[in-house]
Design a protein around this ligand. Structure first.
Ligand code: C5P
Length: 302
């Protein structure tokens, strides 16, 4: 039985540049993997199907589950004959929360299949397959700190985030990603994140500079019914965060703290008003490859 960790992500920045003719949007985002993770326990079995179970009773385990979609795309695109697997998915990352949980589960399945069936398959080919599964799946393959453009599949490694801790808080409602994208009129967005400044702050190891530049354009177009998001952000700042933002299409918000101790202390306070709170640390691309038993390139090959 193999255990594959699927790390969550947060958006240090999220910008929407334009709507594309294919209905998707061109994005520019600085993404960061964090230590909050799901685990996939995978073992081969007879047959050609994937038998999936999870600890969350409401999650579908059929072909609509992203783990199943990832496996199907892998076999179709590589031409390798489908094999059977029993996959037990332990979810810790909240669902429909902007933290990349589903994408990361799909990415973890792809890493497992490449390692066990096609170790020679180049990173570029695995990234191409990942993009067919979902827009955030390519980033989740190797994670770390990266600039993501296009639909999210054009990746460039960025300098690692300096040592710090995250506190994540998720309000009790889900936000549907397609629904939120449908509200976007890219030309009407009033503010945009300083992506270049964010990359520069990362390159200089300037944590206060990173925290000053956290920004997600979705926050500005959030319908009023989701105002809890702004409230939680303000409370995170009141609890000593150096900066706070919503991640992805929400509703999870995160604060950045100097260290784990500060984040744990704030978690004690935030836990009184928010059912889901989690403290996490940044995870590098090398750690993700090492945990997956893959070669740890000095410069990840995106
Ligand atoms: O690729 P994924 O399945 O994660 O995308 C979910 C939905 O989010 C898409 O159907 C689309 O409505 C929206 N989306 C978008 N532009 C992106 C990524 C996602 O409009 N770059």
């Amino acid at each position: 039985m193999a255990e594959e960790r699927a790390y969550a992500k947060v958006n240090l920045t999220l910008d929407i540049l334009r709507r594309r003719p294919d209905g998707y949007h061109d994005m520019r985002m600085v993404m960061q993997s964090i230590s909050l993770c799901d685990t996939l326990s995978v073992e081969p079995k007879a047959g050609r199907d994937i038998q999936l179970d999870t600890n969350l009773s409401f999650l579908p385990c059929d072909r609509s589950n992203i783990v199943q979609k990832a496996a199907a795309a892998f076999f179709t695109e590589t031409g390798i004959a489908p094999a059977g697997y029993r996959v037990s998915l332990h979810k810790r990352i909240p669902v429909c929360a902007g933290t990349g949980g589903g994408s990361s589960d799909g990415a973890a399945m792809l890493r497992y299949l490449r390692r066990t069936l096609a170790p020679e398959l180049p990173d570029g080919e695995l990234l191409r397959i990942a993009a067919l599964v979902g827009s955030d799946v390519p980033f989740c393959l190797f994670g770390g700190t990266a600039l993501a453009e296009g639909r999210g599949e054009l990746l460039q490694p960025a300098a690692p985030l300096p040592k710090c801790a995250f506190l994540l808080c998720k309000p009790d409602f889900p936000i549907s990603t397609p629904e939120l994208f449908a509200q976007v009129r890219a030309h009407r967005l009033r503010y945009h994140p300083d992506t270049v400044g964010m990359l520069q702050a990362l390159a200089e190891g300037d944590l206060p500079g990173v925290c000053r530049r956290l920004y997600n354009v979705f926050e500005d177009i959030l319908p009023r019914k989701y105002q809890k998001v702004w409230e939680l952000k303000r409370l995170l700042m009141d609890c000593g965060a150096m900066g706070a933002s919503m991640t992805g299409s929400g509703p999870t918000v995160f604060g950045i703290y100097a260290g784990r101790m500060e984040a744990e202390e704030a978690a004690g306070e935030m836990g009184k008003i928010c059912r889901f709170v989690a403290v996490a640390e940044p995870v590098s691309s090398e750690e993700i490859r090492r945990a997956a038993g893959e070669r740890g390139d000095a410069q990840p090959a995106f």
